[in-house]
Design a protein. Structure first.
Lengths: 202, 202
DNA sequence: GTCTATACTTCGATAGAC
DNA sequence: GTCTATCGAAGTATAGAC
């Protein structure tokens, strides 16, 4: 049948299912998020999963949207802090989130709808971070940085995620590496001058 | 039964299966590597998979070992190049490998044996890279760098993988970001001086 | 070394009663 | 909105013939 009944988006049970799915995915990976395991984890019947989500793909989509929105709104809070760049870095380093990110990246490798969603999120993140970076630079009196804010965002984001993945894997801090990078961000105008040198060269 | 017959490690069919598994994992993710799909992909019967590998876990272990060994031997070749650091970076940026790495990282999140294998590989990689870095620094006349070679390896590796994941996701180069980082590595002694400043701070 | 046959489990998804 | 019942497909793994 094509027109099956589907539960409302604002349903409490639906929220509960998404919550459980997030936890399950974090702890056991996306492959463990099956209708049966999820239901049992949430204390519900498997059929309810299909009542709220037409397919499992639809569930993953909804879950990613949830996680992505959470990250973007946290980013907005960070931008009001004293040192937004360090906050930005710490946010993307967060190991709980990084595990989820990793799972979604892996999912994106072979599910087109997730792939599109993840790239769209990446673009939005880059835009938002670029704006924050520009703002920080202006406050330091730098109007035209030698490196594009978009590239700076990419570099920071790249390092943060890499750190998070590695830390998460080793279950320990990565020597002094993370402190060094945080230091670079705390004295960003100095770092930027250094980076600019390499940007012009090649 | 506990003592099932298992095929020899040097069997051609076994190699063929691992080859196919690698490709399948790259293209469709680890969840697609099932005995049935793998066998059909390799033009064999599913039961042969279980003849060569006691369990699917054993197959993933063997596959990771294969990939890790390949990477380490490629790294050794790179260390003989003119600019080993750039080569190191490019190697870890390689998008074909990065997809596999990502899949294994995801697998490691919830399979203990893979987790242990991946961390062990990470440690060995760090050791090998540190040695290369030390060598490069010595040739530039720097005997005691302000930042530990292990941390430098971590930073470079982190950036490279992050780049690879992001590029792979977007299916396009990441603006100028990658060039900037390559530039930093090409003029490593300059970069190192800049990094040292932040290392001593706070 | 590769095949057939097969046991058992878990999966996604739907229909229909309540 | 949640339940029971149920399908067919796909998963891992083993035994035993050739």
């Amino acid at each position: 049948m094509v027109n099956r009944r589907i539960g409302k988006e604002d349903s409490e049970t639906r929220q509960h299912l998404l919550e459980a799915a997030e936890q399950l995915m974090r702890e056991e990976g996306y492959a463990a998020v099956t209708s049966r395991k999820l239901a049992s984890f949430a204390g519900l019947k498997p059929q309810l999963v299909h009542y709220y989500f037409r397919t499992m793909d639809e569930l993953f989509e909804a879950l990613f949207k949830r996680v992505a929105d959470k990250h973007l709104s946290a980013l907005k809070e960070v931008s009001a802090q004293e040192n937004p760049l360090v906050g930005m870095f710490e946010l993307s380093c967060d190991s709980a989130n990084s595990v989820l990110h990793l799972e979604f990246l892996a999912l994106a490798n072979h599910r087109k709808n997730i792939h599109d969603q993840v790239t769209a999120f990446g673009r939005e993140l880059n835009r938002t971070e670029s704006a924050i970076i520009l703002d920080v630079l202006r406050k330091e009196g730098i109007e035209t940085p030698g490196v594009a804010p978009e590239d700076l965002s990419t570099i920071i984001e790249t390092m943060a995620r890499g750190m998070a993945f590695a830390e998460n894997l080793n279950a320990r801090p990565l020597g002094n590496a993370r402190n060094i990078l945080t230091g670079c961000l705390a004295k960003f105008s100095v770092t930027l001058r250094a980076l600019s040198e390499f940007s012009d060269a090649d």
